[in-house]
Design a binder for this molecule. Sequence first.
Ligand SMILES: [Cu+2]
Length: 617
Amino acid sequence: MATLAILTFSLGQASVAAPMANAAPAPTPPTCGQSPSVLPSVVPSPVTTPFVDNVGQPAVAATDSTNHYTLSAHMDTHSFATGWAPVPTMGYDAVSVTGSVNTVLSHMAYLGPTIVTKEGTPTQVTIKNDLPVGTDLFPQWGMSNQNTTVLHRHGGLQPALSDGTPDQQVQPGGGTRTNSYPNNQAAAPLWYHDHADMTTSYMVYAGLAGYMPNTDTLEPLFNLPTGDYSKAYVLQDKSFNPDHSLCYSHGSPEFFGDTPVINGTISPKQAVQARRYTFTFINGSDSRFYNLSMKAAAGNRSTVAPKLTVVGSDDGYLLRPAPVTSQLIAPGERYKVVVDFTGTTGNWVLSNNAATPYPGVNNNGIASSDDAGALLPSLMRFDVSPRVGVDNSLIPSTIRETNNQVPVTATLTTAQLRTVQAGELAPGVPFLGDRKGLYMFHAPMTEIVNQNSTEAWEMRNHSPDTHPMHNHLVEQRLVGRYPVTLWGYNDSVTGKLVTGPWGTQDPVTGNAFPVTVGAFQAPGAFESGPKDTFVAPPNMVTVYVGTYTIAGDSVWHCHILSHEDMMMTTTSPTGLPVISDGMMRPLSIRANTPQTQLPVIGDLDKLTKLVKVQSGF
Ligand SMILES: [Cu+2]
């Protein structure tokens, strides 16, 4: 809410105003979507009978030359349910280009085709922007970007110039840019999506996202369910106008659609056999978290329930697969879950009980200003038929990959601790910052990392919401979390220490640090594997660690798309692009730039001591 109000805040160090590249338009009032804080202006979507349409799998992309793909971002029309008229969307086609003519190799009217890459085999992907010049496809959604687009491979360890940062914009009307992916990383459920500055949320909502798994030679040896018994599901929430066209409201400060859409189909169904399947869940939603479980559909008398075992996450496999009864997945995260339907009968509903915004009530019981509501309890249905043939797949007790065998605590030996924080400067106006305070989009870069160093980031979240934190160009692991029992700040005017419960922060800089913290909480088994996006709950310090091998400029941000989009881009005094939307900040990884101000952690005990130091580092 109140996006314009951001521009009038004085933010301590960040208050030296730089010229603004673009003026933010007034946010359009929400006309659709579930939005607990701005009800009752929300108009519900038309209703359709759930579990009628079969869910599809995205087309597999064809190359146009050896190890090269061309993705055409284009305007299209797509029907989200049987009986619904096709409505305007965006999608990616895999094409081959001759002169000005595209030959479509793999067509997707909404979302993009699946691109499968292999470890050790470099791949190039050319993004061709075939969106029309000049006129926004969805001007009613609020923010204009004249249909520029950016192709970002999320989780990929690629050169910074191939990363798809928000400044790597490709112009509409046929503009192109080629990203090179060396694929020197383990098998991982990577995905790709638009990352255009300030408008990522609009473009992804319209359809610009796809699955790009990296594979390796070890993966087939795990004997997990594959082929027809492996499915990818892009989980999204949408709202629709009475004519079935997409409706979207941005900047409230989150968006929650009232209709589940899986791989482009509303509340679909999937026929399965009573055997094991590997499901890759990709949270491609703007703001919605899902806490997934399988619930018996009405009338199901099965005496056996499907069993869920998490085998992989964002950037690779879990060393020890983790049985779960439910699976939390935040925007931007991916989880690979083996669902064992063996012995089950009837129909099972993929269910969700995550509150919006997540969590509706923070961890010490203080209600957030925009408290829980807007639930989306039923996503899709699995209809079980008897197994045909033998199920030779298995869930190994251990999955040994090249990136999951070193205990995360061992990486702390040399890791340095970097302090970052998330907070709000007014209700619903979230920002990121470093150890000193929160920053406007145009504040100078604060996160400069020495190439080949290992850094653990402690995210102090004193905002009301859980933020899924994503660093580009690095593979990381979750170290764990500390609940905060008392917050404080050194008053920026008087210098005196002020302490208090959650919500205590410096009124000028927004700074807050933990004064007392509770016992260290190790990661859940399901979230202990290689990752790039981390659930950082409010009233907690969340610590994640990784080694930064790739030099270059990129970004770190919250993956709630409305949060990362909230503001705008400008240029630093040195001429470097500074891309720092509401919850997006620059990240620069540089050779030979030791960060001597950051303490070396050593071990978990030392980490705990460092987290407790009030002013941080
Ligand atoms: Cu966020």
